[in-house]
Design a protein. Structure first.
Lengths: 292, 459
């Protein structure tokens, strides 16, 4: 049935895609239930009935999702659908936004993420984050990577710190490019290098989870390819949640893909399933490029 | 014709020229089917005509006003057969002639003087007539010339913008030239001072007592010009002020920028900035009447001798005055640090204070240093508070409870009242001013250097 309407839309859609899309897929429709496989047995992060509000406005509606160990979960969806907001709940970066309120049950290895007794500092050390725009500190490359280990007291001696810095840079695939200029400012690197520096900085504190908020949106295709390779390698040791606008990227790097729509989690499934055989008509409309 | 009338007439001409150029362009546009078929907008044709009409005439008028008197004077003086030898004598003679010409009679006059005065009057009236005629003819002629040259292909905008650029350049030069002029005048007066008092004595002398003896037997007029007590006094008061202002200002800036909620910030920032609006003289009597006695009483109660005018009182109050400077500038700089840097640091598990200390402040440091150095030069140049609260005695002391005096205070006292401008006493003020100027220059130089060296750039 779904296919029928979409096909019909496809024919007229060539002339007037915008209006037709409204007729075929009601994108404003309430989504009541997530279809697919949002939960998993081996969950590292477990989110149940999460609601997020910005003041009065509700940005996330009743989302439940698990992110498994050594799994890459991609979050896709049109702009403003709440995927970044949801991602930022996972290490409480939303705390920095005035008027933002998070409800629901979120746990990391069974321990609550929110709650009066939770200290946000060790939490963020366990759940690292890479941002949309590369944001190296205005410090040397070395100090950028050493920043986290220093504040968490991970390395006590200079040699240890050197080792952590080198390892992190190696794992981020940046070592060979910067090993001769570790004392040069990190802001002097190219965009792709800066983003890999930020990844190195994040893994230097040995987090368990890495959250990536559109890490490649400011990068060229070659730098993007390097980062995608890197994500694949990092999966061996880390759990990764990545927000992306590129469906190809989601298809390339993730095991499961979650499709968000207007603050609702519409569908979660194995990535291959989502892109070849989406269960929900909104998902299908989005991945076939009918809106978004 | 009087100069103001001439100006008014010229302005009127310029307006008429603008209107004519504008309507000429509009008419041309109509016959060509719209304004877009002209090379420039009609208002530029108007401006073009107005500039041709007004600018050369104004320049002529300006030059005339500048050289008018000197030329007339030369002509009058040349007509007098036996002129005095000295410049002072000639000045005196010319003043006499001027007075005579204005109808103020002092004492007897000679026929030569009377003739010179008449000549002055006739030259003046002739000159003013000539000036008006020339200016107006120039304005009319060039205005008409511009109108004659009008054509729809004329690129009026480019020409007008060229003139505007020249005007902007002239304005920029005016500011620079003023600075250079001030510097040179201070420099030359200082050189005159250093002819009577050696530079080494001024810079390294430990005794400051600038009273010059008018009579040989006058008491207490040694005329010692060792400025070290003033420098140390200035340094001490400024240091105390910065000691108060930098920590308080910086921390309040950090609080406002990083910790305060929007509502607190909206309330606290303007309140803090009111502090900057208080006139320094008000701070001055606050320091002299409230703070200084309080410090004296406090010191006495713990058994320490304190002067009722102390460096500490002046410095503390000056520090309070400077707080809004430091805090407001630092607050702006801290706010300019991109949120993405804070997010990055917080995302790595930094606490808020680690984020501030290790990421935000280093990133904002060049701006903060700049703000602090601005505050320092303000402290060094501040006058009113120290005049009222620090005292006038040039004590060479490191005790902040004693009264000290500063460079600015001494400049004020040296130049207040009736003074002769060729005694070392008044000239010393210029030397002190030069020292102030040089020290702020050095300060700025160091500031730039520091800022460049420690600059940590962010996008």
């Amino acid at each position: 049935m779904t296919t029928m309407t979409l096909d019909a839309a496809g024919q007229t859609g060539a002339a007037q895609p915008k209006t037709v899309e409204r007729e075929t897929v009601d994108t404003q429709r309430k989504v009541t239930e997530t279809v697919g496989r949002p939960l998993c047995d081996n969950a590292k992060l477990r989110m149940r009935n999460v609601n997020v509000f910005y003041g009065e406005a509700q940005a996330i509606h009743n989302v439940s999702l698990d992110i498994g160990r050594n799994e890459v979960v991609a979050m896709i969806g049109p702009s403003g659908c709440g995927k970044s907001t949801f991602l930022r709940c996972l290490n409480r970066m939303n705390d920095t936004i005035e008027g933002c309120r998070v409800e629901g049950e979120l746990t990391l290895d069974g321990e609550p993420i929110y709650g009066p007794k939770v200290d946000v500092v060790p939490l963020r050390a366990r759940v690292g984050m890479v941002f949309q725009k590369p944001n190296p500190f205005p410090k040397s490359i070395y100090d950028n990577v050493a920043y986290g280990p220093k504040i968490h007291g991970i390395a006590s001696r200079r040699a240890e710190l050197d080792e952590i810095v080198e390892n992190s840079l190696r794992r981020a695939g940046l070592w060979n490019e910067v090993k001769d200029r570790l004392d040069k400012p990190g802001t002097g690197l190219s965009g792709g290098q800066q983003q890999r520096l930020c990844i190195a900085r994040a893994i230097a504190v040995s987090p368990e989870v890495i959250l990536m908020d559109e890490p490649c949106s400011a990068l060229d295709p070659i730098a993007t390819a390097r980062i995608e390779e890197l994500i694949d390698e990092l999966r061996e040791n880390y759990t990764i949640a990545i927000v992306t606008h590129s469906m190809q990227q989601a298809a390339r790097v993730s095991q499961r893909t979650a499709y968000f729509h207007l603050g609702h989690l519409v569908e979660v499934n194995d990535t291959e399933m989502v892109f070849t055989n989406p269960q929900h008509e909104l998902t299908e409309a989005y991945i076939t490029g009918r809106f978004g | 014709m009087q100069t103001p009338t001439l100006f008014a007439l010229l302005l009127l001409l310029v307006l008429v020229a603008y209107g004519t150029g504008f309507s000429r362009a509009l008419a041309a546009a109509r016959s060509r089917g719209g304004v877009r078929n002209l090379a420039s907008l009609p208002s530029y044709y108007g401006l073009h005509t107005a500039l041709w009409c007004g600018l050369p005439a104004l320049l002529l008028l300006g030059a005339w006003l500048a050289f008018d008197n000197a030329i007339i004077r030369a002509m009058v003086m040349n007509s007098i057969p036996d002129r005095p030898e000295t410049a002072a004598g000639r000045n005196l003679l010319y003043v006499q002639i001027q007075n005579l010409a204005a109808g103020n009679l002092f004492g007897e006059t000679t026929p030569e003087l009377q003739a010179a005065a008449d000549r002055l009057n006739s030259l003046r009236s002739g000159a003013s007539l000539l000036q008006a005629a020339l200016t107006l003819i120039l304005a009319l002629g060039l205005g008409a010339f511009a109108l004659l040259r009008f054509s729809p292909e004329l690129r009026a905008r480019e020409k007008v913008e060229k003139v505007l650029r020249a005007v902007l350049l002239a304005c920029a030069c005016a500011a620079i030239l003023t600075t250079v002029g001030i510097l040179l005048s201070v420099l030359f007066e200082s050189l005159r001072f250093f002819q009577t008092v050696p530079v080494t004595e001024f810079l390294f002398g430990l005794h400051w007592s600038p009273q010059m003896a008018l009579r040989a037997d006058q008491v207490g007029s040694s005329g010692a010009f060792g400025a070290v007590p003033l420098f140390t006094g200035t340094l001490m008061v400024s240091a105390i002020a910065m000691f108060v202002a930098v920590p308080v200002g910086l921390m309040s800036a950090i609080y406002l920028a990083e910790y305060a909620s929007k509502r607190v910030r909206a309330l606290a920032k303007p309140l803090l900035e009111i502090l900057a609006g208080v006139p320094t003289v008000v701070y001055g009597f606050f320091a002299a009447l409230t703070v200084a006695p309080f410090i004296r009483d406090l010191a006495t109660s713990v058994g320490v001798q304190a002067s009722s005018e102390s460096a500490l009182a002046a410095g503390l109050v000056m520090g309070i005055m400077i707080i809004p400077f430091v805090s407001s500038l630092s607050d702006d700089v801290i706010n300019a640090v991109p949120q993405s840097l804070r997010d990055g640091a917080l995302g790595l598990g930094s606490t808020r204070s680690e984020t501030v200390r290790k990421v935000v402040i280093p990133a904002a440091l060049p701006g903060i240093v700049g703000g602090v150095l601005l505050a320092v030069s303000r402290a060094i140049g501040e006058t009113m508070i120290v005049v009222m609260a620090a005292g006038l005695a040039a004590n060479l002391t490191a005790n902040p409870l004693e009264s000290v005096t500063t460079v600015t205070v001494q400049i004020v006292t040296l130049l207040v009242g009736d003074q002769e401008f060729d005694s070392p006493k008044t000239l010393a003020a210029f030397a002190l001013g030069l020292m102030l100027f040089l020290s702020t220059l050095v300060l700025n130089f160091i500031a730039l250097h520091v800022v460049k060296k420690y600059r940590e750039q962010y996008d």
